[in-house]
Design a binder for this molecule. Structure first.
Ligand SMILES: [Zn+2]
Length: 822
C-alpha cells in the first residue's frame, strides 16, 4: 500500500472507532442520570469499551469484594501509549529512585469509595466515554486509570435499596422513603467499614487488593470522588488546614492550579462551590492523604447529594438537585483534572522525582522490639506498603524513647527491627512511625495520632542517625513464619503456651472450634524450669481423651498458627498452682451475640463483626433492635453493645431484663457510648465523671470563637499512657503500661474493683491533641474494667480497642473479655 492509502485507512478507522462507541445512555438504554446503574451493568459497559476499543482501553479485574463483586481498573490512553504501557510504567517508577526521563502524566480517578455517594460511578462512565471520543486529545501524553467503583458492595446495597423504595416517577420530597436510607446504609463496605479510612491500615479486602496495583503505578494525581450533604454545593481543592508537614509547597500550589481550572468551568455554568474548608490533609488513611504522602496530588471532590438525593430532591434552598446535575459536576471536575495534567507534564514529572529525593526528616531510623507476634503483625503491614525493614545488630541505640516520651536508649539485638526513612517509601515511614505528627491546626474532625509503635504495643526508639541493618528481611526470611517447635508424643502429660497476641487468640478459637479442651491459669507458675504468666494456655491429654488422633490434631493446629508448644510431663509445678488447682480453669466456648441497628453506630458495629469473622474467625449472632425484644438472651453467654448513641434506647423495662440476664450469669460487653446507656441509678454500677465547672473569665467570648473554644473540651483521637493491673483477667498478656487511643472526652470514675486499665493524674496525651479542659476531665478515669454482678459480669471498654481495626495492641483486651474473664 502507498503511504497515502495507509493514511486514508488510518483516518477511516479512527472515525469509525469514534462513531462506533456507544455512550453510556445508548448502551444502557436509558438516559444517564434517570436510573441508578447496578454494578454488573457498570461492569458490562466497561467490558464493552475494552472490547470495542481494544487499542486504547485495557480493563483488569484486580480483586473481588466480600460479596464476590469484581473490582475493576480501566487504563485509557492513546493506542501508542497503550502498546508501551509497561515501559511507561517502569520509566515512571524510576523517578522514585531519582532516575529515568518519564514524559507522561499518570492520573488515577477513584469513584464511589462511599457506596451511597451514588453519583460517582455514573459520572465515571460519562468521563471515560468522553475521553475516548471528544476529549481524546488528552490521551496523547497522559495515562488515565479509572476505578469505576472502589466499593461495589456498598454501592449496590444503595442502588438496590433505592430501586426498591423509589416512587414512580421519582419523588423530590425529601421526606419520602426513597430519600431516607436507614441504618444499614450503603456508605460502608460489607463489614460496615469506611474504606476511606482504611488506606494505611488495609484491614479490608478492597483496600488490600487496590494497594497492590496502586503501588505499581504511584500516579501523579489521585482523585477520590465523594458526595457531601445534599444542601452543600460542591467542594474541590485546595484542601483545608491542617496539612501534614510532609506535604510539599508544590503539592499545595498544584492543588490551587487544579482548583482554579475547575472554578473556570463552574463559574461559566453558574454552579456554586467552596474550597479550603472542612476537608483537611492530615490523617494518613484517606484517599487524598495517602496518595499525597506517596508523591501524588491527592484530592477529594465532594458533590452535594449522598444517600439522600436519589434521582432528584428539593434542597433547603428550594432548588431541585437532580442526579443529572450531580453527574455533570463530577464529570466536569474529572475532565478538568486531566486537562490540567496534560498541560503540566514536565512539571508533574520533575516534582514527582523531587518528592522522592527530598527527605530531610529529623528521625532517620525507627528501631522496635518486644512482643514478637505484634512485631510480626507490624512486619506484615509494612510489607503491604512496600516499606522495607531489616533486623538490627546487637547493641544500644540512642534517641527518642516512645515508652518514656523522653530521650533515652534502647537495647537492641537480632530480634529487633529497623525501619529507615532512607528508602523509596521513606515519607510513609515518617508519617506512620513518628512519635507525634505536627499539627498546624487543632480543628480537624479526625484522629490526630496513630503512631504505629504505640498501636502495636512495641518498645521503640526514634533515632536521628541511620541505624545499620544487620540482616534484610525478605520473602525467604524466617521472620514471617513464626516458631512451630515442640516435640509431640502420645505420652505427653500436657502442652503449655503463652498468651499475648491476636495470633494466640486465633489459635485458641481454632482449638475451641475443634472441640479441644483448653484451660488457662489465673496464677503465674514455673514448671520444668520455665516461667508461665497468667493467661497461659494449658492443654492436657487427660481433658482431651475423647478426641481421636489428639496429638495429630493439636500438632496440625499449632503448625497452622505458627505456635510453639511446651511439652510437660507433669502437672506438679515448681512454684505456683498445680494443674488440678481451682486457679486452673477450663475456657468456655461462648455463644456470642451483638446488637445491631438503632442506637448503635454502623461503623462501630462493623468493627466488632469484622473482628469476629475475619480476625478471630469465631461465630457471632447479629441481633437487630427491630426484633431483639423477642429474642431470649438466655440462649447466649455474651452480649455485646457496640459504641453508639443509646441515650433514649434503654427503657426501665429493657434495663431490668438486661440486669437479670447478667445476674443469672450473662456477660455484657459495653463499648464506648453504650456505657452511657446503662450507667446511673437504673443501670449498672459505673458512674460518669463530669467536668468540674471552673469560673469563667470576665471577658465575654466573641461568637466567632465558639468553635475554637469548644476545642478545649475536645479529644478527637489522641494517645494516652494508661496503667494496667496485670492480675486482672481482662489484662492477661499485657505489661503494666498500655497506650490507649482515646476518641472522645467521655469519662467514668474508677470502679470499686476490677479496674484493669485506667488513667492516673498525668493525662497529657503522648501523641495527638487533647483540649485543656478535656485533659482535666479524664484524670483518674476508667479505660477498661470488669464489674461483677450476681453470677455474671459487665465489661466496660470506655476506649474502643477495635476502632477501624488498626490498633493491634488493643485487640487482645477484647479476646480476654470473651475467653479469660469468667
Ligand atoms: Zn464520601
Amino acid at each position: 500500500m502507498t503511504r497515502f492509502l495507509l493514511l486514508i485507512v488510518f483516518f477511516i478507522s479512527v472515525i469509525l472507532t469514534a462513531q462506533d462507541i456507544q455512550s453510556p445512555s445508548e448502551f444502557h438504554g436509558y438516559e444517564l442520570g434517570t436510573q441508578f446503574t447496578r454494578h454488573y451493568e457498570v461492569v458490562d459497559y466497561y467490558e464493552y469499551l475494552a472490547e470495542t476499543d481494544k487499542a486504547r482501553v485495557k480493563l483488569i479485574e484486580y480483586g473481588q469484594t466480600n460479596e464476590r463483586r469484581p473490582l475493576l481498573l480501566a487504563f485509557i490512553s492513546s493506542a501508542e501509549n497503550m502498546r508501551n504501557l509497561d515501559a511507561i510504567r517502569e520509566e515512571h517508577l524510576k523517578a522514585t529512585k531519582g532516575e529515568g526521563n518519564p514524559d507522561k502524566a499518570i492520573v488515577w480517578l477513584s469513584y464511589n469509595v462511599h457506596g451511597n455517594e451514588s453519583v460517582s460511578t455514573e459520572a465515571s462512565m460519562q468521563t471515560i466515554y468522553e475521553l475516548l471520543t471528544i476529549k481524546s486529545d488528552y490521551l496523547e501524553n497522559t495515562i488515565i486509570i479509572i476505578d469505576p467503583c472502589i466499593n461495589p458492595d456498598g454501592r449496590d446495597r444503595y442502588s438496590n435499596w433505592y430501586n426498591q423504595y423509589k416512587n414512580t416517577p421519582n419523588q423530590v420530597d425529601p421526606n419520602s422513603k426513597e430519600h431516607n436510607e436507614g441504618w444499614w446504609s450503603g456508605r460502608s463496605n460489607h463489614y460496615m467499614f469506611d474504606l476511606n479510612r482504611d488506606w494505611a491500615w488495609l484491614t479490608q479486602v478492597e483496600s488490600q487488593h487496590r494497594l497492590k496495583v496502586y503501588n505499581k503505578w504511584l500516579p501523579h494525581i489521585h482523585v477520590d470522588f465523594h458526595e457531601q450533604g445534599m444542601n452543600d454545593p460542591y467542594y474541590f481543592a485546595p484542601a483545608a488546614q491542617p496539612y501534614h508537614e510532609v506535604i510539599t509547597d508544590f503539592q499545595v500550589d498544584f492543588q490551587k492550579t487544579i482548583g482554579k481550572n475547575h472554578a473556570k468551568y463552574f463559574d461559566a455554568n453558574g454552579w456554586f462551590y467552596f474550597t479550603k474548608e472542612r476537608f483537611d490533609l492530615f490523617y494518613p488513611s484517606y484517599g487524598d492523604t495517602y496518595p499525597t504522602y506517596n508523591g501524588a496530588i491527592g484530592m477529594t471532590y465532594e458533590q452535594g447529594g449522598s444517600g439522600r438525593a436519589g434521582l432528584g430532591v428539593i434542597t433547603r434552598n428550594g432548588d431541585t438537585l437532580t442526579l443529572k446535575d450531580r453527574i455533570d459536576h463530577h464529570h466536569t471536575t474529572g475532565l478538568s483534572t486531566i486537562e490540567v495534567a496534560t498541560n503540566n507534564i514536565e512539571k508533574l514529572n520533575s516534582e514527582f522525582k523531587k518528592f522522592y529525593q527530598n527527605k530531610r526528616f529529623k528521625y532517620k531510623s525507627y528501631v522496635l522490639n518486644g512482643n514478637a507476634d505484634n512485631l510480626m503483625a507490624l512486619g506484615k503491614l509494612l510489607k503491604k506498603h512496600e516499606i522495607h525493614f531489616g533486623m538490627a545488630a546487637k547493641g544500644t541505640v540512642k534517641g527518642f524513647n516512645y515508652q518514656t516520651g523522653k530521650p533515652g536508649v534502647l537495647k537492641v539485638d537480632e530480634n529487633s527491627i529497623v525501619v529507615s526513612t532512607n528508602q523509596t517509601k521513606g515519607t510513609m515511614v515518617k508519617v506512620l512511625f513518628e512519635p507525634n505528627a505536627k499539627l498546624s491546626d487543632s480543628l480537624t474532625y479526625d484522629i490526630t495520632a496513630w503512631s504505629l509503635p504505640y498501636a502495636y504495643g512495641l518498645n521503640a526508639l526514634a533515632s536521628e542517625n541511620e541505624v545499620s541493618i544487620a540482616a534484610k528481611v525478605n520473602e525467604n526470611n524466617s521472620f514471617f513464619e513464626g516458631d512451630t517447635s515442640g516435640p509431640f508424643s502420645n505420652n505427653d502429660y500436657a502442652y503449655v503456651t503463652d498468651w499475648n497476641s491476636m495470633k494466640d487468640a486465633r489459635f485458641l478459637t481454632d482449638l475451641l472450634q475443634n472441640n479441644v479442651t483448653v484451660k488457662t491459669t489465673y496464677s503465674p507458675f514455673t514448671l520444668e524450669g520455665k516461667k508461665f504468666k497468667r493467661g497461659s494456655l494449658i492443654i492436657t491429654r487427660a481433658d482431651n481423651k475423647k478426641i481421636k488422633a489428639f496429638t495429630d490434631t493439636l500438632k496440625k493446629i499449632a503448625q497452622e498458627h505458627g505456635k510453639s508448644l511446651n511439652t510437660v510431663s507433669t502437672g506438679f509445678v515448681d512454684s505456683g498452682k498445680d494443674f488440678g488447682s481451682s486457679y486452673i480453669q477450663k475456657i468456655k466456648q461462648p455463644k456470642v451475640a451483638i446488637l445491631s441497628g438503632g442506637p448503635t453506630s454502623t461503623l462501630r458495629f462493623g468493627e466488632v463483626w469484622h473482628y469476629f469473622e475475619q480476625q478471630l474467625k469465631y461465630p457471632i449472632s447479629i441481633l437487630d433492635v427491630a426484633y431483639i425484644d423477642n429474642v431470649d438472651l438466655v440462649n447466649y453467654d455474651i452480649f455485646i453493645l457496640p459504641d453508639g448513641r443509646y441515650s433514649s434506647y434503654f427503657t426501665k423495662e429493657k434495663l431490668k431484663n438486661l440486669k437479670s440476664w447478667v445476674r443469672g450469669g450473662g456477660k455484657l460487653i459495653a463499648i464506648g457510648g453504650s456505657i452511657k446507656g446503662i450507667d446511673g441509678d437504673n443501670g449498672f454500677g459505673i458512674k460518669t465523671k463530669d467536668l468540674e465547672k471552673g469560673a469563667k473569665d470576665g471577658v465575654p467570648m466573641p461568637y466567632e470563637n465558639t468553635q475554637r473554644e469548644r476545642m478545649k473540651n475536645a479529644i478527637t483521637g489522641a494517645i494516652f499512657k494508661a496503667k494496667v493491673d496485670i492480675t486482672n483477667p481482662l489484662a492477661y498478656g499485657y505489661n503494666s503500661e498500655y497506650f490507649s487511643l482515646k476518641l472522645g472526652n467521655d469519662a467514668f470514675q474508677y470502679l470499686n474493683s476490677g479496674n484493669a486499665v485506667y488513667l492516673e493524674d498525668n493525662t497529657k496525651p503522648v501523641s495527638g491533641f487533647a483540649g485543656s479542659e478535656a485533659q482535666k476531665k479524664i484524670k483518674q478515669t476508667l479505660v477498661f474494667g470488669i464489674e461483677e454482678h450476681g453470677r455474671g459480669q459487665v465489661i466496660y471498654l470506655v476506649d474502643n480497642p477495635l476502632f477501624r481495626g488498626f490498633w493491634e495492641n488493643g485487640k487482645l483486651f477484647f479476646a480476654n473479655a470473651l475467653f479469660m474473664v469468667n
